[in-house]
Write a protein that binds this ligand. Sequence first.
Ligand code: SF4
Length: 405
Amino acid sequence: MRVDGFSIPEALYIHVPFCVSRCTYCDFYSNVASRAGVDSMEGVITRTLDRAEALALRFGADHFDTVYVGGGTPSCLPRPLLRRLLSGLGRIAGAPREWTVEANPESVDPPFLDILEESGVNRLSMGIQTLDPSLAQTLGRPGRPADSLSALRQAMMRKLRVSADLIAGTGREGGLIQEARILIGEGVEHLSVYDLILEEGTLLEDLHRRGDFALMDEDEDADEREGLNEALAGLGLLRYEVSNYARPGTESLHNCCYWRMGSWLGAGPGAVSCVEVLPPGPSSARPGIDGASLRIEEARCLEGRQEAIETVVDPLDAAFESIMMASRTVVGLDRNAFASRFGYDVEELVGKTLATWLPKLRIEGRRIALAEGALDLGSAFLRDCLGEIEGRKQGSVGRTQTKKS
Ligand code: SF4
């Protein structure tokens, strides 16, 4: 589907930039809710709904297949404000097939779940991170890990599909696999397990620098991930993306839109939209000319005074992004979709890399993916792809351009 030279976005992301407190490892755009105050939160929600509506109108989206309300911590919003946000989104999005709201266990309570239910939300993504009290304290997580199971049970009783986030790469009492087993035992059908990264300028990075916190080394990390993959497969949750596991049929449709480089809109401070730019008329894509994306980054501020920044990502950069996102997934890159967007087969762009990596690739019909066991080698694969693509960039036209909107 298209409107005025753009693909019609199918997914909507909403960023709620408030949390109960700041975790020691986090560099997402978020503010402590009690410091921001209710007036500021109300202003942000009003502007976010207005912005989502304006973007939907501009790109011709009269409904969305998926909506994801993330942050930040949407569950820490005062309940009347949460109700206003979700009912406003319902008017903009129609009845999405998948509608996810992120929550932290300490702010899950019956009124929160009532609002989700009455708004048509059907999926809850719970930021559990760890069940180890000592690690939770080091990470600065709000609430107590013991509350996580009670929050999960409350959500399960509402028949919500529940996903849980866990952090990997840290030693913990009882082990990551045991924590995952407990969550699955409670009915979690989707797990996102992200490696802890020491982001610059965070408290945790400081602790690490001073020798008060250690990450696992690369080998321990790889062993942990391998053990996790096996244990989860034994419990029926298959790894379908580098950090994500699901019972077949419960994969995150919203995130799949990102990984196949569909078009999506993002509203709320710090959110990002990415929309495919289409060739003029019914003509097919012209190699090197078509396939660009329009990227819109919302300003990271609560007052709404700064403008969003719009960037046209040129076709070569967009082609690399497509390969990068697809290489994270088990289904991999759809060669037909790639060729129809960019006007040439992926082999013409990174043929040498594909030949070198052939033993580590899985090729099924028109799909190419990193084989099982090579999924964690994505960075090396992408370095090779990028090297090959950089060679082509010399002399290319229509490079990335940025402006404010
Ligand atoms: S709750 Fe999530 S978004 Fe908020 S500070 Fe912690 S990790 Fe960051």
